[in-house]
Design a protein around this ligand. Structure first.
Ligand code: PM9
Length: 459
């Protein structure tokens, strides 16, 4: 193992959940019954669940205590006031509109800020984000730096926007035809790659010149802030919350899936500074989510979110979080397993192109690799490649992303380094007989966000 310092868990365990491993024969049956889609496996049949870091967080004793002071009034909940004040203080935005989760916020923002035919440039797509942009007539354009599409290039801040690409797009299409810039911190599908503060400043400077808004996808903003503190010059002595505040000062608002960096199991919100946009969002939130003082969340959920967001900014927590993920990645790198480098904030991404060179992308190598890892070890992961990318709305052709990956996503405060060792051993074992991994074909392909419920069989 390399010399990097891996801190012990900065918490002790107060409540436990027993997990069990079913037999290999049972796992073979389970994956067949699930149509080779790890989303369709029952949680009880999973040993270590690395499907996602979304809503899988362990809450603290203080958050659980907060749940008991939920104010479940239909309107004007005091927990909303607490959440609102916390987000205003930590993110610096004027307005907050609560939603049931991140995609609820994406739905609202896309409806109020995109006119049909307008472009929405972003640093790589995210599934639900692009879905709502396109559903509202937006045209997504990927303007992430080119290196982000190459799994093996190990450089810091691989999530940065290519400012030249953004400038060219604005000049070619005209500023009035850009709805807003969508800047994700960190970039999930690039491997959880962070964006530098320098890049955020540059994007702000450029968009200010043209009068274009910038909305962040803030889902993993605290993880992004940790990378800035660790790797960007001038930030080593700054607190995580000061860095987060500066990050958002270069934007006009954000969408947030609270299920990640807010350390809760459900919830989200939309933020903005503009009063008119806030009014539009409030008019719409009652249609899709609920009153502007709960937006699909219970009072107790909002209380837990307010407490969790503050906890997430503690240095000891976020340092352990990012380094635990890095520990798993480092073990795989040292064993020669191909992964997306550098290791990002929330997950280790196996590079299925190099893991399964005997399969073409049309044979869904990442989908099959995830299914095989489950059979091998009871570890559940997720495909993030051609299946997740879906089809082009106009041409009906498959998007074929350069990154064809399997994501080993680490839930927050849930697993220990021993679990990481177990996962690494399972992946390394599978890599030794990777030629046995067969290709897949669709037997059921949903029209929307197909990766969630698609079914496959072996070729
Ligand atoms: N991310 C994830 O597992 C859960 C849904 S896809 C399996 O990574 C970003 C960057 C996300 C994200 C969800 C959402 C949507 C927006 N942006 O799931 O609706 O990673 O709360 O958030 C998932 P919600």
């Amino acid at each position: 193992m390399n010399k990097e310092f891996y801190p012990a868990e900065p918490f002790r365990i107060k409540s436990v959940e027993t997990v069990k491993m079913i037999s290999r024969e049972e796992r073979e049956q389970v994956i067949k019954d699930a149509g080779y889609n790890t989303f369709l496996i029952d949680s009880e049949d999973v040993y270590i669940d690395l499907l996602t870091d979304s809503g899988t967080n362990a809450m603290s004793d203080k958050q659980w205590a907060g749940m008991m002071i939920g104010d479940e009034a239909y309107a004007g909940s005091k927990n909303f006031k607490h959440l609102e004040a916390t987000v205003q203080e930590l993110f610096g935005f004027k307005h907050i509109v609560p939603t049931h989760q991140g995609r609820g916020a994406e739905n609202l923002l896309s409806q109020i800020a995109i006119k049909p035919g307008q472009y929405v440039p972003g640093n790589m797509y995210f599934t639900t984000t692009r879905y709502h942009q396109e559903r509202n007539g937006g045209i997504f354009v990927d303007i992430i730096r080119s290196e982000a599409h190459d799994a093996s290039i190990d450089i810091p801040f691989k999530g940065d926007i290519d400012v030249e690409k953004l400038k060219n797009l604005i000049e070619e299409k005209g500023a009035e035809n850009i709805a807003y810039v969508c800047l994700a911190v960190t970039v999930n599908l690039a491997g959880g790659q962070p964006v530098s503060m320098k890049n955020m400043r540059e994007v702000r400077e450029l968009t200010n010149k043209y009068g274009i808004s910038v909305f962040y996808d803030a889902t993993r903003c605290v993880e992004n802030a940790y990378f800035i503190k660790e790797q960007e010059e001038g930030f080593a002595d700054k607190s995580i919350s000061d860095i987060v505040l500066e990050m958002f000062s270069y934007s006009d608002g954000c969408t947030m899936s609270g299920k990640k960096d807010c350390l809760v199991n459900i919830g989200g919100f939309l933020c903005m500074n503009d009063d008119d946009l806030f009014n539009d969002a409030k008019e719409l939130v009652v249609v899709y989510e609920g009153m502007p003082s709960y937006g699909g969340m219970a009072g107790r959920d909002m209380e837990a979110m307010a407490i969790g967001l503050r906890e997430s900014m503690q240095f000891e927590y976020i340092q352990h979080r990012v380094k635990q993920v890095r520990y798993l990645g480092q073990k795989l790198i040292e064993a020669g397993v191909p992964i997306v480098e550098p290791v990002g904030g929330h997950a280790v991404f196996l590079d299925a192109r190099r893991f399964c060179p005997h399969l073409s992308q049309e044979q869904f190598p990442a989908q099959s690799l995830a299914a095989n890892l489950y059979v091998e070890s009871g570890v559940r992961s997720m495909e993030r490649g051609i299946v997740s990318a879906g089809r082009d709305r106009k041409t009906g052709k498959n998007h074929a992303p350069k990154l064809e990956t399997v994501r080993l996503t680490i839930p927050r405060r849930v697993y220990t380094y021993s679990h990481m060792d177990l996962v690494a051993d399972a992946v390394i074992k599978l890599y030794k007989h990777k030629e046995d991994i067969k290709g897949l074909k669709f037997v059921y392909e949903p029209k929307q966000l197909r990766f969630f419920t698609a079914r496959f069989e072996e070729i």
